[in-house]
Ligand binder design. Structure first.
Ligand SMILES: [Zn+2]
Length: 188
């Protein structure tokens, strides 16, 4: 695949050819998405299908540069960016960066920080939160800010992000709910 600046070789595995029904859609979207992952320059990545019974939409095996997609679920950019992010993060860790490479939340926020808003085709940051449609255009910028926040303050960037998206602190809200519940129990 050669798209201007980033060259990534994509090898489709046998499972993809045998049991993946959205071949054209996935390969087109993958080609677009790869342009946003300069870490994968000169790499070979492998694309396969999960078993029919799989629960996940997709799964990455970053050590082997493999991503596998669920044959019962249409591939979205949000999922593709997430899986490519697993590979990119793994590469960066290999090159010496200290990143939480097994964190689903970090992977999603990393992925959504570089997705162009017009490609966001699901209203969710996987494993982090859903968001209302009208806030879609803000998501990449807020995710970039959350990653900066993590770098600078070494503090809870997930909480920071959820607060920035929804306008409230999810942990405060939970505390209030628990308090209200306790009060109820006492008065009943
Ligand atoms: Zn994941």
């Amino acid at each position: 695949m050669h798209k201007g600046e980033i060259v990534v070789r994509v090898v489709y595995l046998k499972s993809f050819w045998l049991r993946y029904p959205f071949k054209l859609e996935l390969s087109r979207k993958l080609e677009v998405a790869l342009k946003y992952f300069p870490e994968l320059e000169d790499e070979t990545i492998y694309v396969g299908a999960l078993p029919e019974k799989a629960i996940a939409d997709a799964v990455a095996e970053p050590m082997d540069m493999i991503i596998r997609f669920n044959p019962r679920v249409k591939p979205t950019y949000v999922t593709i960016f997430h899986e490519l992010a697993h590979l990119a993060i793994f590469k960066r860790v290999e090159l010496g960066e200290k990143l939480p490479r097994w964190s689903e939340k970090y992977t999603s926020i990393f992925a959504m920080s570089r997705i162009p808003p017009e490609l966001i085709d699901e209203e969710r940051i996987p494993a982090v939160t859903n968001f209302p449609k009208h806030k879609k255009h803000l998501i990449p910028e807020l995710c970039r800010k959350a990653l900066e926040y993590r770098e600078r303050h070494k503090r809870d960037y997930v909480r920071f992000l959820i607060k920035a998206i929804h306008g409230f602190d999810p942990w405060e809200k939970l505390k209030q709910l628990i308090k209200a519940k306790q009060k109820q129990n006492i008065t009943v």
